[in-house]
Design a protein. Sequence first.
Length: 423
Amino acid sequence: MNILVLGAGGREHAIALKISQSPKTNKLLVAPGNAGTSNIAENKAINVNDFEAIKKLVTEEEIDLVIVGPEDPLVNGIHDFFLADEEIRHVAVIGPQKAAATLEGSKQFAKEFMMRHGIPTAAYQSFTSTDIKAAYAFLETLSPPYVLKADGLAAGKGVLILHDLEEAKNELRAMLVDAKFGEASQTVVIEEFLDGIELSCFVLTDGENYKILPTAKDYKRIGEGDTGLNTGGMGAISPVPFADKAFMDKIENRIVKPTIEGLKKDDLPYKGFIFIGLIKVGEEPKVIEYNVRMGDPETEVVFPRIKSDVVDLLTATAKGELDQIDLDVDERTATTVMAVSGGYPEAYEKGKEITGVDQVENALVFHAGTKTENQKVLTNGGRVIAVTGFGEDFKEALNLSYENIQKLHFEGMYYRKDIGFDL
């Protein structure tokens, strides 16, 4: 098969690596890709939201299967674009259609979906700038901390958790009135705070059948001890040690099954990955959010643990035959640690040379924000490069990740040294 992966991050590198290992893969393209994907595939300098350029590439390269990595093109309707075009309608696309992608595109839509289908989640209300006084009044009814979520896509940075009521009101005003997150915060969802430990559940579905992929836990804050600003993710661990069989049964019966059934009832066609952001409150799982694609950096620990042929899994998803495929998973633990640019998630510089990748042993290196220039690998983003190690438990795996990340170097490089501290 000729396969195209859309995206440029560590998630896409991890997906592409698994696809490259399948005997079913004939030609593998990544658009736009990064320095890491260029070693296992052919990169194409195309923007993931340039649907016409993607169509041209798909036609010229006779692509059979497209995997959409990031959320933007899904929320913008890339799957619908393929279905509406006679020339490319036959090409299988992994990722939901636009209406279903609204589960990530709108926090309010997702909350209404959960309420409608009896899926456990935090109590909430949503507000626009015209009812800011009502929003203040709702905040006053809650106990701190206060959770504010920009309704739209804000690159993983649109959620604020604040402990002071006045600060929460000021931030709410900044979001609604001053457009702190642009169009994304025209509507803000205010939620009750759920106290517990977070984890991510990943589901692959063909719209009828599903496979629950390995669980993972990621670490979003820039600072150690989960302090400081939110990032796209500083590291991850899979499986989650506290997600035992009893807890996973609750997730499947109370959350995964009602989600798949809800998509069918609401006529939201879905062929692709569902990321379910969960929190364990006592012994009960509750949904924080849905994403309509794999998470990053969780993909860098989830995909390396999949032993089944990924191309078989994705082809079965496209054909609606996922029930005919077995999912085989490596029992070992995988951990990844992300090296980021100095200053990230605020202002940072690009174009710093990365050295030491060739020194890494017994671990996987996944490129995120990198590019190749004059045969040198340079930084090209905030989150730059991740190192994934395996072990019998998360401590052994982390030792390998940390041992190897210390071999990497670029100016201003930073990584958290406490991934897994709360386990």
